[in-house]
Design a protein around this ligand. Sequence first.
Ligand SMILES: [Zn+2]
Ligand SMILES: [Zn+2]
Length: 398
Amino acid sequence: MKLLEPIVAWRQDIAAIRRDIHAHPELAFEEFRTADVVAAKLQEWGIETDRGLGGTGVVGIVRGNRPGERAVGLRADMDALPMQEANTFAHASRHEGKMHACGHDGHTAMLLAAARYLSQHRDFAGTVYLIFQPAEEGGGGAKRMIDDGLFTRFPMEAVFGMHNWPGLPVGAFGLTAGPIMASSNEFSIVIKGKGSHAGMPNLGIDPVMAAVQLAQSLQTIITRNRNPLDAAVLSITQIHAGSADNVVPNHAELRGTVRTFTLEVLDLIERRMQEISRHTCAALGCEMTFEFHRNYPPTINHADEAAFCAEVLRGIVGAENVNDHVQPTMGAEDFAFMLQEKPGCYVWIGNGAGEHRDSGHGLGPCMLHNGSYDFNDELLPLGGTYWVQLALQWLARP
Ligand SMILES: [Zn+2]
Ligand SMILES: [Zn+2]
C-alpha cells in the first residue's frame, strides 16, 4: 500500500477530529458545530474557505502554485442519523437520539486529511475544491448546494465521492461504471371507502379489501411490466386502516418505497402504480389519492471517470484490491445530483468487518445505519491518500 507519509504521520490528529465529530453528531442542515470544526481546520491550514452553501455547507479552495485553469471537486458529507448509538466507547455520541451510524464523520475526516496535505504541497497547477455537504441522509444537501451555486461559483471539470463500505476488507475499494446506487422514491396511496358496521358490510364500502388487493396487484408491475433485465424493487412497508374489530373503516393507506437504477424504469413503475391503484379502487367502489415523491435519482458513475479512479486506486492498493465491477446496491445517495451535473465517480472504501471496535456492548453488527456501527480509523490515511492522488493526477492529465 502506497500511503502518503505526511498523512500517515497525522493519523492520530485526524482520528481525534473524527472521534470528536462522532461524539457530537448533528442532523441534516443542523451541522453547525461540524461545519465550524471543518472551517476552523481549513483556516488553520491556510485554506481559503467559503461557508453557507446549502445552509451549513463548507467549501475549501486549494490553489496550486503553478498557473492553471483546471479544477476538480472532492466531496464529503457531514450529517448524522436520528437514531440511538449502542456503543459505549469514549467517543460514542453525546447527543441522545443522534448518531454517526453512516460514517460521515469519517468521510469528513478523510477529506480534511487531504486538505491538510494539499495545503502544504501546492506544487500543482489548478484548483482543488473540497466540498463538505450537509444533509445526505434524506435531506438532499447536495442538491441544495448545487441550487445555491456550487458549480457556478466554483467551476470544476469533474466531481468525486467516496463512502465507507462495511463488509469490504480494509485496503479494498469497490466501484463500477454506470449505476452504483439506486433512485429512492416514496409513495402514499390513500383509499377512501365508506365506513359501516362490520356485521353489515353490505351497507358500506370496504377500503381494507381494496388495500389488500392493491398490495398484491402492485407487485405485478415488477413481475409482469418491468423488463426482467432491469433491476427494480417495490416495497409496501406500511398499511394502516381501522380502529376496532367490529367497524369497517372509512380509509386505508398504503405507503412504501420504489428503487430503480434508471429514470425510464422509474417512469414506468410510477405510471403503472397510478393506473392499477385507480382502477382497482374504482372496481371496488372506492376513491383514492395517489402521491409519489421522487427523493434521490440513481447514482450513475461516468465511464471515463470510473476508469480513471480505478487506475488511481490500483496505484495505491494494487490491482488485486480494486474491484471495478462491483454489484451495485439498492441503497441511495444524494451525490447522484452532483453526477447529474458533472462527470465523476463514487467509490466504496472497505470499512472491514468490525474488528476495529475495541470496546462496548458486546460489539454487534458493524453495518451502516446500525446502532453498533463505527467508522474504522484505519481508513483515514488511505482515504486521504486516495483523495490527494485523485486530485493531483486529475489536474496533471494532458
Ligand atoms: Zn446513510
Ligand atoms: Zn452515508
